[in-house]
Design a protein around this ligand. Structure first.
Ligand SMILES: Nc1ncnc2c1ncn2[C@@H]1O[C@H](COP(=O)(O)OP(=O)(O)OP(=O)(O)O)[C@@H](O)[C@H]1O
Ligand SMILES: [Mg+2]
Length: 263
């Protein structure tokens, strides 16, 4: 496997202005192949978002190294698109203006930009809301607008931090299928953060199960299902895999609870 993203012995400590430093990640190493779909799964506070920010270049890598296509990450870049856990839309821009924002730096002619923005707005089911402001949208709609903005730029690497967490079950299932379709068609490398075991098993080729804080990779689970099987999520092998991964995560969730209680 040729690694596109190499996470090499990364530690991360938050040093807040007040209070104690927090060791969020402890010696994380992970190699992600070109066009691979990898999920990071683990209890709340185990460092999933931190790891994604480090890959995206939004936090400095202070210990260890991260390389994307053999280049050491030292800041954000157009090769890596991120969908943040808490939707980051410009409140003063409409849906269309938010989606167009990322495209403006790409030097596309105006017509193609508009066309592209519209295509992704429709893809996430926001046709008719092009001129709405974020404050006029529900949580799930804001999240879909943020997803459209990131996808429209067509980055090689897609970093998604619980992108469907705020969606209702029906929209969530539609967006999962849409993401799979897009990934199969465009073969992007996807690093997907979730704490939904079913979602991780359904979408990923590999799941990196993280331990409770300080986060490290506890186990890597390979998932080799036919994603085009419409019955997949009801098959015994799928349900067994969900159960297996659940058992791995459950122990860590309990440890996280205890750690929280002791802190
Ligand atoms: N800015 C910060 N300053 C201090 N500590 C922080 C900061 N951001 C995160 N942390 C701590 O680092 C740890 C990892 O946080 P992170 O947000 O990466 O977890 P997570 O796995 O994404 O959690 P969740 O599933 O709840 O989103 C947590 O224990 C958190 O308290
Ligand atoms: Mg998080």
């Amino acid at each position: 496997m040729q690694a596109q993203i190499e996470i090499d012995r990364v530690c991360h400590t938050y040093k807040p202005a007040r209070g104690r430093p927090v060791l969020a990640l402890d010696n994380v190493s992970l190699a992600i192949g070109d066009r691979e779909f990898v999920s990071l799964l683990g209890p709340s506070g185990c460092g999933k978002s931190t790891l994604l920010y480090l890959i995206g270049g939004f936090l400095p890598v202070e210990q260890g190294a991260i390389r994307v296509e053999d280049k050491t990450v030292s800041g954000p870049g157009p090769d890596r698109g991120i969908v943040f856990q808490h939707f980051a839309l410009f409140p003063w821009k409409t849906v269309r203006q938010n989606v167009l924002y990322g495209l403006e730096k790409q030097g596309l002619p105006r017509d193609s930009r508009e066309q592209r923005a519209q295509q992704y707005i429709e893809m996430v089911g926001l046709a008719g809301f092009e001129d709405s402001y974020p404050s006029q949208l529900s949580g799930g709609m804001k999240q879909r607008a943020a997803i459209a903005r990131t996808l429209a730029v067509d980055p090689r690497v897609l970093l998604m931090d619980e992108p469907f967490g705020a969606l209702d079950a029906q929209t969530r299932s539609l967006m999962q299928a849409e993401l799979l379709r897009l990934w199969q068609a465009s073969r992007k490398t996807v690093v997907f953060v979730t704490h939904d075991v079913q979602e991780a098993v359904y979408l990923s080729e590999r799941i990196a199960v993280m331990s409770a804080r300080p986060g490290h990779i506890k186990e890597i689970v390979e998932v080799a299902f036919d994603k085009n099987d419409p019955e997949l999520q009801r098959r015994p092998a799928f349900l067994e895999m969900v159960d297996h991964v659940w058992n791995l995560v459950r122990g860590e969730a309990i440890r996280a609870e205890r750690g929280g209680a002791a802190a």
